[in-house]
Design a binder for this molecule. Structure first.
Ligand code: IMP
Length: 430
């Protein structure tokens, strides 16, 4: 029996997971998503083209691989249909190698309305949600009133759908939300609902499976399985910067609940970090830069959200957060992305500890959101060199290797690979 390997983001998302999964895919038979939904935007670049995936696992560009959407994932059928159509335009027929758990929950149009209603009601405590309906759909899952992929085949599906939608409309009214002016992609709720219902036909063209049996059989058959995380560690519902988080367990433990595999079945845990740090949406970010350096990181790193297009907040790498991520997830292999963004910097900084309330700490304090946190900095000389064409770790500029060695020492995990451009071919394995 083989073990399932895991790949996840260790910061606030957008670490380059889609690309790394795509690079690793040739070594796996099955790529499985275990949490999140269309809030994710996994960008993959090859052959000079950019591809963005939201719900579909990043192994879809390799037609001989099986891609699985696990029970822990949320599916929004209309977004799913759009994603399938985008793939079709590129000549990819996903019906052959994409399987979907019958237990994956659905995002209804009214979940998206509730996301907007909840954000509006939060006033200046807004989370900066992607507004794809994630929070409300997971709320209904936990409240035991959600609808699942397998339910779309039931005779009473429409009745259950209407009951849930009416509940949402009552809730929106209580929050003082104006449903009449609410739009999704320029459509009223009713117009969007008609398209959503139509999209169920596309969803039903795919193979619905009892994915927990499927995945465990794959492991028994010695197939190599990779679990692909979405969002990232610091957005985890339990260990992230609550309440500025997403509504799922983005961590290794989420693989067990989101796919139905035992903790003893987890193999390697590959964690991805940028060589600096970014965050979209609201919430604490102690190493954020509000100056010219922050703006340079944003511009040179093309730090704009793949799902929402929002500019990402940028700052230096945060080692207390990264150490925390390595501990919670049991990271065995560290992947560092985008050091090339800092090629022309005179100096590169790293936060090694925090000062909170006059005390120095190496830990993520409970008061992360409520108390001012001052980073303790260590600075490094820049390398002033293009990384283009480098294919061996030891050929990286000496100053960059010094910086990476410090990341490794601080994180307590060996760097397994460094990605030096958006292209598939530019991942240097050690
Ligand atoms: P939600 O999951 O759409 O409700 O968003 C909750 C928070 O997580 C917001 O701050 C979002 O910006 C952030 N978020 C959600 N998905 C992603 C992602 O895939 N990458 C980065 N941030 C994300």
């Amino acid at each position: 029996m083989t073990k399932i390997d895991v790949l996840l983001g260790l910061q606030w998302g957008d670490e380059g997971k889609g690309k790394i999964v795509d690079v690793l895919t040739p070594g796996y038979d099955v790529i499985a998503r275990f949490q999140g939904g269309p809030n994710a935007g996994h960008t993959i670049e090859f052959g000079g083209n950019k591809h963005v995936l939201h719900i579909i696992p990043s192994g879809i560009f390799h037609q001989e691989k099986i891609n699985l959407i696990g029970n822990g994932v949320l599916i929004e059928p209309r977004i799913f249909k759009q994603e399938i159509e985008e793939l079709e335009k590129k000549g990819i027929d996903a019906t052959r190698n994409l399987y979907i758990s019958k237990k994956a929950h659905l995002i209804l149009p009214s979940h998206r309305m509730m996301d907007a209603a909840n954000e509006q009601a939060k006033g200046n405590m807004k989370i900066g949600s992607t507004l794809k309906g994630i929070g409300p759909a997971y709320t209904d899952k936990i409240a035991r009133c959600g609808l699942r992929v397998g339910d779309t085949l039931a005779e009473d599906f429409r009745e259950r759908y209407i009951m849930l939608k009416e509940q949402h409309l009552r809730m929106a009214q209580t929050l003082g939300f104006d449903v009449t002016t609410f739009r999704i992609d320029g459509l009223t709720l009713d117009q969007y609902e008609a398209q959503w219902m139509e999209s169920l036909k596309t969803l039903q063209r795919f193979r619905f499976v009892n994915s927990e049996y499927f995945i465990n059989q794959c492991l028994r058959d010695d197939k190599k399985v990779l679990a692909e995380g979405a969002q990232a560690m610091m957005l985890d519902i339990d260990f992230g910067t609550y309440p500025f988080v997403t509504s799922s367990n983005t961590i290794t433990a989420g693989v067990c609940t989101g796919l139905g595999v035992a903790p003893t079945a987890i193999g390697r845990v590959m964690g991805i970090t940028k060589a600096y740090c970014t965050r979209v949406g609201a919430g604490p970010f102690p190493t954020e830069l509000f100056d010219e350096t922050g703006r340079r990181l944003c511009e040179l790193g093309h730090e704009y959200g793949a799902t929402t297009g929002r500019p990402r907040r940028c700052g230096w790498i945060d080692m207390p957060a990264l150490r925390y991520a390595c501990m919670i997830n049991g990271v065995t292999d560290l992947f560092v992305t985008k050091p090339d963004v800092m090629n022309d910097f005179d100096q590169v900084c790293m936060c090694t500890a925090y000062e909170v309330g006059g005390q120095r700490t190496d830990e993520i304090p409970f008061e992360y959101n409520t108390m001012p946190i001052s980073p303790v900095w260590q600075s490094f000389d820049g390398w002033h060199q293009s990384l283009e064409g480098i294919s061996a770790y030891d050929d990286l500029p000496a100053n960059l290797r010094t910086y990476l060695a410090a990341v490794e020492r601080q994180a307590g995990v060996r760097i397994a690979a460094v990605s030096i451009s958006p292209d598939r071919k530019d991942v240097i394995f050690r």
